[in-house]
Design a protein around this ligand. Structure first.
Ligand SMILES: [Zn+2]
Length: 351
């Protein structure tokens, strides 16, 4: 049975990295080597070419009755493929934008990366009307680790405010990345806010008219709940902050729903489909399964079935179907201003 009236996966990567050739060039990995270490992948990820992986995505969408996906870019992924997919399948896809040109030019040494340049690019992309938001995550400089530049809190907050200004101008949601994947590192030099969900209290207060979504709602990998707890507290204090929940196991949904200031109207389902995050099974532990990149096993090469795992977690929720419909699609339709053919199909939300 389909789990909701209209199901939107709000965090999807329809592009896949072609890592082999670049890894070979770097000399780190031989063709015959079975396991590719996460540290090798992290080094080359921003430089990688990506290809259209929508055939597998469309298969999974049909398999699990997912009606629509919000396509995101990340390391190395481009805006063009996502826009082409939106134009080809207008009923199935919407796209977020990412300042890739700025990142590429900085990577090539042509310019120095600045948030101003990244925001100019995002402003330009949003003006085309082809994107419904910014993400995933806030723009960041992938070169900071090499140059050993560590942000102060206020330096990074000033950068984030520039992104919020652009989001306000175009009235679109932003995404702040949170989570701990385990395999490839997320450094303070790249995304310091990833490790400090509380920083977002200030942005949410200063920009009450801009919707902020925590990518992964604090749970990208592993079974430590500290970032989830912090994300829930921020969402509970601000009407404009939402939690993406696709990598939550069942009890984490209940944890968020137990907070009377969160509730189903603040949760949006999004799985990170295509990010190749494996699901780890830890028999006898609780949770027994969760997303985690296990370093000793190397990167996964098959298409991880994250929609299947995630919807199974959701299916165990004993809450009203109308609440479930908000989490699985209704909130996403509202936040990303996507038309639904019928009125009164989702519980009204006054946020
Ligand atoms: Zn992602």
């Amino acid at each position: 049975m389909k789990l909701g009236r209209f199901i939107v996966d709000t965090h999807v990567h329809a592009q896949r990295h072609a890592a082999g050739p670049e890894l070979k060039k770097e000399g780190g990995v031989q063709q015959s080597q079975k396991k590719i270490p996460y540290r090798d992948l992290a080094k080359i990820m921003p430089k990688l070419q990506t290809y259209d992986n929508s055939e597998r995505l469309l298969y999974d969408m049909e398999c699990y009755d997912v009606d629509m996906c919000i396509l995101c870019s990340a390391f190395g992924m481009n805006n063009e493929i996502n826009v082409q997919l939106v134009e080809k399948y207008p009923d199935k896809f919407r796209a977020l934008c990412r300042a890739k040109e700025t990142a590429d030019k900085a990577q090539a040494g042509e310019i120095e990366w600045t948030m101003e340049a990244a925001c100019e690019e995002i402003d330009r992309l949003l003006a085309t009307g082809k994107f419904v938001g910014i993400g995933e995550g806030m723009p960041a400089n992938s070169d900071n680790a090499r140059t050993k530049k560590t942000y102060s809190h206020s330096q990074r907050m000033d950068e984030l405010r520039l992104v919020m200004n652009v989001a306000r101008k175009h009235q679109v949601p932003v995404r702040v990345h949170t989570g701990s994947p385990g395999g490839y590192p997320i450094n303070y030099t790249f995304w310091p806010e990833n490790w400090h969900p509380y920083w977002i209290h200030d942005l949410a207060t200063e920009y009450p008219d801009v919707t902020i979504v925590f990518d992964h709602g604090g749970m990208q990998g592993g079974n430590m709940e500290n970032l989830v707890d912090e994300c829930i507290q921020v969402a509970a204090n601000h009407d404009n902050v939402y939690l993406e929940t696709g990598l939550y196991w069942t009890e984490l949904y209940y944890k968020a729903l137990l907070n009377p200031n969160v509730g189903p109207e603040k949760l949006i389902w999004g799985t990170d489909w295509g990010a190749s995050q494996p699901t780890y099974t830890h028999i006898g532990a609780h949770p027994q399964t969760y997303t985690f990149q296990v370093r000793s096993e190397g990167i996964v090469t098959h298409q991880v079935d994250i929609m299947g795992w995630s919807l199974k977690q959701v299916s165990r929720l004993d809450i009203s179907q109308d609440d479930l419909n908000l989490i699985l699609g209704g909130n996403a339709l509202r936040i990303y201003k996507i038309n639904f053919p019928l009125t009164r199909m989702f519980k009204p939300v006054s946020l």
